[in-house]
Design a protein around this ligand. Structure first.
Ligand code: F6R
Length: 610
């Protein structure tokens, strides 16, 4: 949530900041602003709406500033207005600040600052911080010390960048709970909340850790912790190619990301399948495998789509390893004093690796001595760095706000983890080899499903005006029903619910009439006959039925109004295939409604606030 970019060097900072903000726009798109040092003054320009609006405003002004910071906002405190947009000024306009996160004690701090005579122009929590820093500057402290002292008083989370006309040779950046990286260039340095904003300029990055404050000059940077102790930071090399973060000819990132799943799934498995031993190779958890295999319990925790992947993981792990598994919403888990034992393994799943609830749940679990594994996409992200061990999903950057390719890669990695543990326990060589054979066939099968795109687009035409949708599945396909419903609601704003199909008669069946479309996940598996009975029940009440069924299923056509036929696989991997038509269906419905699928209203990609 909220994107931060900063530049200090010899070039004009504004185009660099605007380009970075555009790459970060998926983190928030309510308003955007820049603060630059120009002729010994701090100038701020802010606009409501997308970065392109700010960009047109800036192109009309001749600017030559070599130090600046920029922000794209996802509103927390205060509506998306120009006043509430970042950067925020101190009262004498010598200082401006951008912030990602939430200052939880802002009202107490504000009261105090009001008493001291500070004037506020926004409803944000952030403005408190800029005045607080100013109050320390007024006591004769330098900029770094003032920022540090202000942060000591702050409760909550922040990733911030500050510039001041009083010390124009630096940007101060600090982090607690909200991601921030420094990009190290040649006689120029960058700041960003995400490496994707930097990769056109440098591949050398420094990840800030919590409670670190950094002075960034054009030719060096100095890091300290909040207690004023010096810290040596390691420079990392990032390897993201530019075409991975551009649309590559597709109208939307979401469609590109759906379409690249044969490749992203292949990447998730690359070098990790050992056919002759019927086992997976996962270097990141190799040293912990005995402890994992001997755990008394596995707890998976995540949010949103990643939580749905966790539910599928529960089915996989319980079926093949016999270890009891629980799946928890991270937001609930962190606050309810969960019972965690030393012989438990906890798996935290997160595409971004920055989701505030997941990160906090992980920190809570860590205190209780259990083994902590991270399953993340973003390399170097907070969850990846703070876990004891983990597996990257290697799906490549996911920019569309609705998660698609990350979900299928999460499922693949969970299958690989399951296989590794199961072979340590009692899965036979032959069974392990069969799973590997099926895994290897998945990218080709996904490709065949993607070739149904036009057919699915046609079906979508008939549902543009639907007000509600029901998604039903059993067993492994119940989490897929949840994921299908989430995909539809977040990008098309159509109300949708996912249910285990058998639960329908315990309530949701009351909703069925000729206006209620129901999507059934009905592959040929052990519960096929039961799903067919549920389809009959909906049909008897005149509900419209879309069935996702197996290629060779000829009976389904007599029951469903629309059927989408897809290849078969083993039960454990079915969700990887079954979710693809649901992603395409949601995408086409949203596009036909004229909605912005990559940046749906009220959402942001990386949820770094509670
Ligand atoms: C849905 C979606 C969200 C995320 C959730 C967790 O399409 O993208 O529900 O899955 O916010 O995000 P991560 O996986 O980054 O922790």
């Amino acid at each position: 949530m909220c994107g931060i970019v900063g530049y200090i060097g010899d070039k004009n900072s504004v185009p660099i900041i605007i380009e970075g903000l555009k790459r970060l726009e998926y983190r928030g798109y309510d308003s955007a602003g820049v603060g630059i040092l120009e002729n010994s003054h701090v100038n701020v320009v802010k606009k409501v709406g997308k970065v392109s609006i700010l960009e047109s405003e800036m192109t009309d002004r001749p600017i030559n500033s070599t130090v600046g910071i920029g922000h794209t906002r996802w509103a927390t405190h205060g509506a998306p207005t120009e006043e509430n947009a970042h950067p925020h000024f101190n009262n004498d306009k010598t200082l401006c600040l951008i912030h990602n996160g939430i200052i939880e004690n802002y009202s107490v701090l504000k009261k105090d600052l009001l008493k001291k005579g500070y004037e506020f122009y926004s409803e944000t929590d952030t403005e408190v911080l800029v005045h607080l820093i100013d109050s320390f500057l007024k006591k004769g402290n330098g900029l770094l010390k003032s920022v540090r002292k202000a942060l000591v008083e702050v409760e909550g989370t922040y990733g911030i960048a500050v510039i001041s006309s009083l010390e124009p040779d630096k940007i101060i950046a600090a982090r607690r709970g909200s991601p921030l990286v420094i990009g190290v260039g040649n006689n120029e340095n960058f700041i960003a909340s995400d490496v994707t904003a930097l990769i056109t300029h440098t591949s050398q990055v420094v990840y800030l850790d919590d409670n670190e404050v950094v002075e960034v000059y054009k030719d060096k940077f100095k890091a300290k912790n909040i207690k004023d102790e010096d810290i040596i930071k390691e420079v990392h090399e990032v390897t993201i190619a530019l075409d991975e973060i551009s649309k590559g000819g597709y109208p939307h990132f979401m469609l590109k990301e759906i379409m690249e799943q044969p490749e992203s799934i292949t990447n998730s498995m690359r070098g990790r399948l050992i056919q002759e031993d019927g086992i997976s190779r996962l270097g990141g958890i190799r040293n912990q495998i005995d402890r994992i295999a001997n755990s008394k319990r596995i707890i998976i925790s995540a949010c949103g789509t990643s939580w749905h992947a966790g539910l599928v993981g529960e089915y996989m792990l319980e079926q093949y390893t016999g270890i009891p598994v629980e799946v928890e919403y991270a937001s609930e888990f962190r606050y309810r004093n969960p019972v965690i034992n030393k012989d438990d393994t906890l798996i935290f799943i997160s595409q971004s690796g920055e989701t505030a609830d997941t990160l906090a749940a992980m920190k809570e679990a860590k205190k209780k001595g259990a083994l902590i594994l991270g399953v993340c996409n973003v390399v170097g992200s907070s969850i990846a760095r703070e876990s004891d061990a983990g597996v990257y999903i290697h799906a490549g950057p996911e920019i569309g706000v609705a998660s698609t390719k990350a979900f299928t890669s999460q499922l693949i990695v969970l299958a690989l983890i399951t296989l590794l543990i199961a072979r340590r326990k009692n899965l036979s060589l032959v069974d392990g080899q069969n799973i590997i054979k099926e895994l290897e066939s998945i990218p080709g099968k996904v490709q065949r499903i993607l070739e149904l795109n036009k057919e699915i687009e046609k079906i979508a035409e008939d549902f543009v005006d639907a007000k509600n949708f029901l998604y039903l599945g059993r067993g492994y396909n119940f989490p897929v029903a949840l994921e299908g419903a989430l995909k539809l609601k977040e990008i098309s704003y159509i109300h949708a619910e996912g249910y285990p199909a058998a639960e329908m008669k315990h309530g949701p069946i009351a909703l069925i009439d000729e206006n209620m479309p129901t999507v059934f996940l009905a592959p040929h598996d052990s519960v096929y006959d039961k799903i067919v009975s549920n389809i009959e029940e909906v049909k008897a009440r005149k509900g419209k039925i879309i069935a996702i069924a197996s290629e060779n299923d000829n009976t389904i056509d007599n029951l469903a109004d629309y059927s989408i036929k897809i290849p078969e696989t083993i039960r454990m991997l079915m969700p990887v295939l079954n979710v693809i038509p649901l992603q395409l269906l949601s995408y086409h419905i949203a596009v036909k409604k004229g909605l912005d699928v990559d940046q749906p209203r009220n959402l942001a990609k990386s949820v770094t606030v509670e």
